[in-house]
Design a binder for this molecule. Sequence first.
Ligand code: HSE
Length: 441
Amino acid sequence: MSEVRVGILGLGTVGLGVARILIEQQDLMAKRLGKTIKLVAAADRDLSRDFALDLSGVKLYDDAADLVKASDIDVVVELIGGYEPARTFVVTAIEHGKHVVTANKALIAKHGEELFKLAAENNIALGFEAAVGGGIPCLKALREGVAANHIQSVYGILNGTCNFILTKMENEGADYADVLKEAQALGYAEADPTFDVEGIDTAHKLSILAAMAFGSHIKFDEVYTEGISNIGAADIAAAYDLGYRIKLLGIAKPHTEEGKVTQVEMRVHPTLVPISSQIAQVSDSYNAVMISGDFVEHTVYIGRGAGERPTASAVVADIMDIARILPNGVEFLAPPMGYVASERQPLETLPMADVQSEYYLRIMVQDKPGVIASVTSILADHQISLEAMQQKEHDTGEVVPVMMLTHETTEGNLQAAMSRITALQTVEDEVLILRKESFSS
Ligand code: HSE
């Protein structure tokens, strides 16, 4: 086969980026592959738009349901996003013998297991590099580059929108809502930006990374998830004073018994990271994925996590992998989730109460004698040790924020102490609880 024919579903930000690469980089790709990749078709509900790209010679469909059945397409690229109708189109494409590439993390996180099974039954390749880390080839690194390792941890800044917002809030003291609008205009945010700021997008990506790292099934619904919408400028400033930056992190770790992974820890939440750490230097829409393995030790992958061109770059790399093995079978590709299917297990998720972490607490207290003593006495009852504390000067007679950093304890213990602290008459509002990582493991 000297020509591989591609059809794109969805000419949005990433779809147009993919079309642009396939057109503009065709010669380069032919030199790398020894065969030509040709964009032959694209589907979009609104074909009257000005795509600012010469699509002559590309057959345009206003109904994706027709493209996925077309006989003159080898690879269907799904860039519609969301669960449905994307799932139905991918299923139909597979059933019609088309290889599939998608950037759709929601789809893989929710329906990946079903789609991998269907693809395997039909000898179809399913590529999804762009679903995690935008332009960073982090899934390839995890699946292939560090395949000889037991993976010890995966940490990721996995959402470009959140990283962009947190960076601007810190650097410019900018308002959360204004920065979100800017991220949307730059094409970083999801159609529904609550997926970004409430951590759901990061949880989609983390569930894929965790399953690939530990040979588990994808369990998106079991990822503990918090977003960044409760973080205020005061928290960013207080964390900075204490030597930390706040990043929305996805964290996955294995828990073992007699050398076998029995449980997987998966959590997404705003996290204090030391300003001196590599991950704290990752700003704007950049993503970072840190993978540690028993032989390779720490590896870090950094790049643009969102936007037209970086995401399209990862999509087209998947198309090239598929083009390379055609017309031979998909057995020439690495297994999509990095383990042969029969070796993948539905491992248990570690209950959040058993997770060990250090904590940042923002407690709004009345400015009265003995208030801090009553808070710290509850922490002492729960064997929670303080690492640092901050209360800034203020006008008297007000409710004041007190920031505390704790040493490591379990989430269950911390939450029990916080319920007692919140119940104190001298404590106003809920305590803001953020977790802290020092990357010791
Ligand atoms: N909305 C996502 C982000 C796009 O901001 O990172 C890339 O998945």
